[in-house]
Write a protein that binds this ligand. Structure first.
Ligand code: HEC
Length: 259
């Protein structure tokens, strides 16, 4: 039995350490509880839906999400809007299509299969509108930044007056969490900026958390099924460990009795 416990202990240690790699961070980011972290982590549907609202109403005027389609909004594991809701969302956007029979481009209401509309025609136009800085595409931004969700959550709340002696050019803002502390995106959030459909109070903190949750899902749409798989794999490993232990006992029992 002692051996068995030891094996089980090592196994849990191994599993534990592979999930702890999240924790190592250099900068002290703001802390919040993410429902999707950990072994059984799941997205909070409400947060995803509210996060989509913040993205659309606030961030989407500058940041694209080119890998997302409106269809994704109704998929399992995501915000899980109903199909009708997702259709209505898609239809609320004008999508450029064409050319038609006359060779002209035209606009039409969006469909589920359309990708999220882009705020700018191209990178140059985006830079021109933002003082030379390019608002990065947000489809996988969570993955592209060290610190991931904690970083983005903090950045959105990290605007401060610059310390004495730090001069900022026009269109440059001081942010505690930005690399080098200078960012060419103004503070985007203020309390009550959006009116949440579900009645949640739209504090800066709440909006930061919701939109970051939404970005996490965009970057990892299969997180929930991955967690489910991981859990099954662990159960499988534990059962296997038990079986291996008892067959080992059985085999060695012949030798032990002779001693
Ligand atoms: C008015 C345009 C505009 C809006 C609206 C806007 N951003 Fe930005 N954002 C920018 C620009 C420009 C940059 C690039 C800043 C830089 O490189 O200095 C940026 C950069 C970022 C970054 C990356 C910082 C980094 O590490 O490089 C994040 C994260 C971000 N924005 C999140 C958001 C979120 C979330 C929203 C909506 C709540 C939002 N932004 C709304 C213009 C905007």
């Amino acid at each position: 039995m002692k051996n068995f416990l030891r094996l089980l202990f090592l196994l849990t240690l191994f599993i534990g350490s592979s999930f702890n790699s999240y924790a190592a961070e250099k900068v002290e980011y703001l802390k919040t509880d993410w429902s999707f972290k950990g072994l059984f982590g799941k997205f909070d549907r409400g947060a995803l839906q509210r996060g989509y609202q913040v993205y659309t109403e606030v961030c989407s005027s500058c940041h694209s999400m080119k890998y997302l389609s409106y269809r994704n909004l109704a998929e399992k594991g995501g915000p899980e809007f109903t199909e009708a809701q997702a259709k209505a969302i898609a239809a609320s956007f004008e999508v450029k299509d064409g050319p038609n029979a006359d060779g002209d481009m035209f606009t039409r209401p969006g469909k589920l299969s359309d990708k999220f509309v882009m705020p700018y025609e191209n990178v140059k136009a985006a830079q021109a509108a933002n003082g030379g800085a390019y608002p990065p595409d947000m489809s996988v931004l969570v993955k592209a930044r060290g610190g991931g969700v904690d970083y983005i959550y903090s950045l959105l709340q990290g605007y401060e007056d610059p310390p004495v002696g730090v001069n900022l050019d026009d269109g440059v803002y001081y942010n505690k969490y930005m690399y080098g502390n200078k960012i060419k995106m103004a503070n985007q959030l203020s309390d009550g900026l959006v009116e949440y459909a579900d009645g949640t109070s739209a504090t800066v903190e709440q909006m930061s958390k919701d939109v970051t949750t939404f970005l996490m899902w965009a970057a990892e749409p299969h997180l929930e099924s991955r967690h489910r798989m991981g859990f099954k794999a662990i159960v499988y490993l534990i059962i296997l460990t038990i079986l291996v232990y008892f067959s080992m006992k059985r085999i060695w029992s012949r030798i032990e009795t002779k001693v």
